[in-house]
Design a protein around this ligand. Structure first.
Ligand SMILES: Nc1ncnc2c1ncn2[C@@H]1O[C@H](COP(=O)(O)OP(=O)(O)OP(=O)(O)O)[C@@H](O)[C@H]1O
Length: 524
């Protein structure tokens, strides 16, 4: 029996509309569809079914947007979709399903490929730049067996499926929300088997990348393994099942901790490029990364929640890779940049300033620092001590335990002829008044030096400090916000001779440290 195609109404308000093979059918406001809505054109949507390949071409003809699977269409652009696609004759309204009878055996295989040429012109040219070109097979051998490797005592796990081949072109994908999504419909999977393939085109598109000569990899953050909430052995089975279901040779990188392997930092890519690609140099122009943590704002598509983070987009930015959201890559959806959040701090864009000599006074004094945790107070205190040939010493509350202990230590130092730097956050007048009062009592002057670093910059510094494993207590978001809420701009009216602003000097121990500093380190 030849296969047929129908447009069935989700609310059963009319009988299924047959869509004959290779013949354009026009759908819109009509008796047939029972749509009376004036904003729907009589010629709203052109639909052409290919019953042999189980694919359907859609074109919006009407003025107001139509949609499919929740996404808005652009007038006159052609989209290829497949069995079970949810069509909205008017975006969010008059919902229908495309059905083939008999249905394709495997939806993901039989569904129409959303070829790049079928996408809107702007998008098509952008992608073809990355995906066309030589797809010459590499000389490297395919992995003979599937293997798991454990790097850095389980900070990173790598799964190489049988058949994986190294390549200078990498097609990299995030896993959750990109290749798979919870079957339960919850935001996070309820257990290890709570997953399904996220988009019907996933397997097909991944296979296309292999045919084009790409090595397909997954880069996934899985902190619940590091915290012990998910057992690695269970998770390994999940990955193997996903790769089996997709039937594509994939290499998966799983970052289990909070360190340099975790996106948006680039540790997983470093391992790939330095150790896991058979010595082939990766072509960063041709390679790309696709993930759903893109910082999209709420309602980026009708009814969609905002993205939980920007880790995927920022990692791509850190590496200089072309980035796609899954909806762009798998569905051909076009997304305006306006709907993408921008990071609050751009580590590459800050301008370092030279050390401010005014921070060192020829007179004995108490210099009170003010600034967010992580704003660089200890850093600048060390600089002042060094540049003043140890005429200054610092008292740090984190080290001494209380302000009272700091005050008694400061008193001793002043009596020994030293100047004292107060290295604590001092956000409000009350905390600073202790020091102006002590200076008066000891007969020395006091000045204030306020760190210029914003909250976003200080959070970045704090993450940098963590990643470099510098000795420091962890700083939570609560602590940052408590500083912000308490903060009162310091002024000479409080008794300070002078209030200086300390700009960021950006002095690094070595090139490696500077490189790390200039990456996006935070997920949002
Ligand atoms: N001018 C700078 N150049 C390079 N790195 C800096 C600079 N200032 C701060 N950093 C780095 O930022 C991180 C945080 O700085 P630091 O520990 O000095 O902050 P802090 O204000 O003393 O924090 P806290 O109040 O939490 O102790 C450190 O890793 C530090 O090396």
């Amino acid at each position: 029996m030849p296969r047929k195609c129908y447009l069935t109404c989700l609310l059963n308000s009319h009988p299924p509309i047959p869509l004959p093979h290779n013949i354009e059918t026009i759908i819109g406001r009509s008796k047939l569809t029972k749509i009376k809505d004036q904003s729907c054109s009589r010629n709203q949507l052109s639909i052409k079914a290919d019953c042999e390949n189980c694919s359907v071409e859609l074109k919006q003809l009407g003025l107001n947007p139509s949609g499919f699977d929740g996404f808005s269409m652009t007038k006159d652009a052609i989209y290829k979709v497949g069995h079970n696609t949810r069509i909205e004759v008017l975006l969010n309204n008059h919902v229908h399903l495309l059905k083939f009878d008999p249905p394709p055996v495997d939806h993901s295989k039989a569904e129409g490929k959303r070829k790049l040429e079928d996408m809107e012109p702007e998008q098509s040219s952008r992608k073809s730049m990355k995906m066309e070109g030589d797809s010459k097979p590499c000389d490297v051998k395919a992995a003979p067996e599937s293997v798991w490797e454990n790097v850095d005592s389980g900070e990173l796990y790598i799964y190489t499926a049988k058949g994986v081949k190294s390549s200078e072109k990498i097609a990299a994908f995030d896993m959750d929300g990109t290749l798979i999504t919870p079957k339960s419909g919850k935001v996070y999977p309820v257990d290890i088997s709570d997953w399904k393939i996220a988009f019907p085109t996933v397997a097909q598109k991944l296979k296309e990348q292999i045919e084009l000569g790409f090595k397909v990899i997954i880069l996934s953050n899985q902190a619940p393994i590091g915290s012990g909430r998910v057992k690695i052995e269970d998770f390994k089975k999940k990955i193997e099942n996903i790769v089996r279901k997709l039937d594509v040779p994939i290499q998966a990188y799983i970052a289990t901790g909070k360190g340099f392997y975790r996106k948006p930092t680039t540790g997983m890519w470093k391992v790939l490029s330095e150790e896991k690609n058979d010595g082939l140099v990766i072509d960063m122009e041709k390679s790309f990364y696709c993930g759903d943590a893109a910082g999209r704002t709420a309602n980026w598509a009708p009814g969609k929640k905002k993205d939980h983070s920007m880790a995927d987009k920022l990692m791509a930015e850190n590496l200089g890779l072309t980035f796609y959201t899954p909806e762009e890559f798998f569905l051909g959806h076009k997304l305006s940049d306006v709907l993408m959040k921008k990071p609050d701090f751009h580590p590459k864009q800050y301008t370092p300033e030279p050390f401010d000599q005014r921070l060192i006074s020829s007179e004995k004094e108490i210099l009170v620092l003010v600034g967010f945790p992580g704003s660089g107070k200890s850093f600048i205190a060390r600089e002042i001590i060094k540049k003043s040939d140890n005429r200054y010493v610092s008292v740090c509350r984190d080290e001494l335990g209380s302000w009272q202990k700091c005050a008694s230590t400061a008193t001793k130092f002043i009596q020994q002829g030293k100047s004292v730097i107060v290295d604590s956050t001092n956000p409000d007048r009350e905390s600073r008044a202790r020091w102006t009062a002590l200076a008066t009592e000891l007969g020395v002057g006091s000045r204030c030096a306020k760190m210029a670093a914003s909250l976003a910059h200080a959070r970045h510094n704090n993450k940098y400090r963590e990643l470099r494993k510098e000795k420091h207590l962890p700083v939570s978001d609560i602590v940052f916000h408590s500083y912000k809420n308490k903060f009162v701009e310091p002024s000479t009216k409080e008794g300070f001779k002078e209030v200086l602003t300390v700009k960021f000097t950006g002095t690094f121990e070595n090139e490696e440290a500077e490189k790390m500093y200039k990456l996006h380190l935070l997920e949002k």
